[in-house]
Design a protein around this ligand. Structure first.
Ligand SMILES: Nc1ncnc2c1ncn2[C@@H]1O[C@H](COP(=O)(O)OP(=O)(O)OP(=O)(O)O)[C@@H](O)[C@H]1O
Ligand SMILES: Cc1ncsc1CCO
Length: 531
């Protein structure tokens, strides 16, 4: 019999002790498979052998019905008795060579890897897949190796990708699944942020224990995992070149996106500062999206269920609201809704530095948008002392600015927007410079904050290439700003704001605009920077 094919996308590891009262493991696993689990590992650390084999047989009947492989944790004897598809072995379990000899070449054998030494040993075995972790600290394995975090996971995958193993490119090819504390609100962060820098190696999937086993609705939870994992198939480095027929002409694409926003009317949940709420709501409405401002914990899941996007702006947030900011980001992450994080004044005070680190370190922000001081602070530049919310720009060198956004985007595996006289945008691979705006924007409060609103609206309806959506949003926003400034009789902030909202409103019909207007030239000032 050939070795069963291996799909590690959603790997369920059981733990009967975590089952909700009144549920059997077999029933629970069957529901999880119906929800999308692609492989099951039966893990029973304390069960007597006879009961273990009996449970294994019962479970195997179910997994076979769905064509899903069943592996047994550690116990080669149990796997042989059950006749299932293989085993998973840890570092205190049997040796790989013994497992292979006993099971033969047709069975799947996976090995746990927590550090570089173990990776080297696993490579020497040439095992079929590796379970890499723990990514986060978890109560299901309290005495386990230290948590890697997503940067540690990425470094380990990077190292694994270089290991030749028995086939010369084993490390590059070996399927790998991340394990340890993975749940709905961190799965996207794990998938995106673990991709190794040279894009040499990315995860094949995630292994989940308690988020599925302890749930009362395993089928629904698994369906949510599958949806989030599908979103991750849209890479951060999406090939924007494929989106446009001619790489120097973004106009038509941007017009289409502007119209799509007005047609789809995505909900943009704002957790934003008290200064800009009204302006941001009006900007959101003007482009045809639907704003809602809400700062209550109990509303987060229901608002996230609208599948729009979130603007997370810490402009006036207090120490007491720090936990709420993180919960808001996590609720969006769990629903797969894009998060635009605006670390307003990040370099101004210690509270703001702390809030920034909390959010960036514990949630996935699809886009981080800020002025130069804010972006430098997110990068970890302690020397920055921002004066309030304004940028104390430190470089005039456009290439340095471009390098800064690229560096941060590569670290966070997301899209970075740095605003100013010229805006810089990077997905870590391609970096763009946009010089569309008008200087009056610098003199009106909230023009940076409400840029976050249009970015959120655009990204939520154009997830397939977030970079293009961000470029479209900035282009539309700044073109409307410039057009408004040039169109008013006496240019002052008051007249400009009204004209600006009107110009944004015009964008709703962008795809119908035929004549030579500013709307036809939305993408004209987007320039690719070579850094
Ligand atoms: N001097 C300028 N010339 C042209 N455009 C500008 C200028 N200053 C700012 N902008 C534009 O204004 C928008 C906001 O950028 P800015 O850097 O002022 O944000 P911010 O400091 O976060 O603002 P706020 O905190 O008031 O919301 C961007 O779209 C940017 O292109
Ligand atoms: C002025 C100000 N203070 C906190 S947030 C904010 C709005 C612009 O960032």
């Amino acid at each position: 019999m050939p070795k069963p094919s291996l799909d590690l996308t959603l790997y369920l590891v059981t733990n009967s002790e975590l089952l909700p009262a009144g549920r059997t493991l077999v029933q629970h696993v069957e529901e999880a498979i119906r929800g999308g689990v692609t492989i099951v590992q039966l893990r029973e650390k304390t069960m007597a052998t006879r009961a273990f084999i009996s449970l294994g047989r019962e479970l195997h009947n179910v997994t076979q019905k769905y064509g899903v492989p069943l592996l047994i944790n550690d116990r080669i004897d149990v796997a042989l008795a059950v006749g299932c598809e293989g085993v998973h072995i840890g570092w205190e379990d049997a040796e790989y060579a013994d497992a292979r000899r006993l099971l033969g070449n047709d069975k799947i054998i996976g090995v746990s890897v927590s550090n570089n030494d173990q990776a080297e040993e696993a490579a020497a075995t040439g095992c079929d897949y590796i379970g890499v972790g723990p990514v986060f600290a978890t109560s299901t394995k309290p005495n386990h190796n230290p948590a890697l975090g997503t940067p540690g996971l990425r470094n380990l995958l990077e190292f694994i990708s270089t290991l030749p193993g028995p086939t010369g490119n084993w490390g590059l090819k070996v399927p790998s699944v991340a394990i340890g504390g993975i749940n709905l609100d961190n799965v996207q962060r794990v998938m995106y942020q673990s991709e190794s820098l040279g894009r040499k190696k990315s995860l094949s999937g995630v292994a989940v224990v308690s988020a599925i086993i302890a749930s009362l609705t395993p089928e629904d939870v698994c369906k949510s995992f599958v949806k989030l994992l599908e979103y991750c198939e849209n890479p951060v480095f999406a090939p924007w070149q494929l989106q446009i027929a001619n790489a120097s002409d973004f106009n038509d694409l941007f017009k289409k996106i502007a119209t799509k926003v007005a047609t789809k009317k995505p909900i943009v949940h704002h957790v934003t500062n008290n200064v800009v709420k009204n302006f941001s709501a009006n900007v959101t409405l003007a482009v045809g999206a639907s704003p809602i401002m809400s700062e209550d914990l109990s509303e987060l899941p229901e608002l996230a269920a609208f599948n729009g996007a979130m603007v997370l702006n810490m402009g006036t947030s207090t120490k007491a609201q720090q936990g709420f900011l993180l919960a808001a980001a996590k609720a969006s992450n769990a629903a797969g809704n894009p998060v635009v994080f605006d670390p307003v004044g990040a370099g101004a005070t210690s509270l703001r530095r702390e809030s920034t680190a909390l959010i960036v370190g514990n949630a996935y922000c699809d886009i981080i948008k800020g002025n130069e001081s804010e972006i430098r602070t997110v990068l970890g530049d302690d020397v920055i002392q921002q004066r309030g919310v304004d940028s104390t720009s430190t470089t005039d060198d456009p290439l340095e600015k471009a390098r800064l956004v690229k560096q941060l985007a590569r670290r966070e595996r997301n899209i970075i927007v740095m605003t100013g006289k010229v805006d810089y945008v990077s997905d870590g691979e391609s970096t763009f410079e946009l010089s569309d705006g008008h200087e009056i924007q610098g003199g009106v409060t909230g023009t940076g904050c409400s840029l976050g609103s249009i970015i959120a609206a655009y990204v939520s309806i154009h997830r397939e290439c977030k970079l293009v959506a961000v470029l479209a949003a900035i282009s539309a926003y700044n073109a409307a700003a410039r057009e408004a400034a040039e169109g008013v009789k006496i240019l002052g902030p008051g007249a400009w704001m009204t004209a600006f909202l009107d110009r944004l409103y015009e964008l709703r019909t962008a795809d119908k605009v035929e004549e030579e207007t500013w709307v036809r030239k939305l993408g004209e000032r987007v320039k690719l920077v070579d850094v």
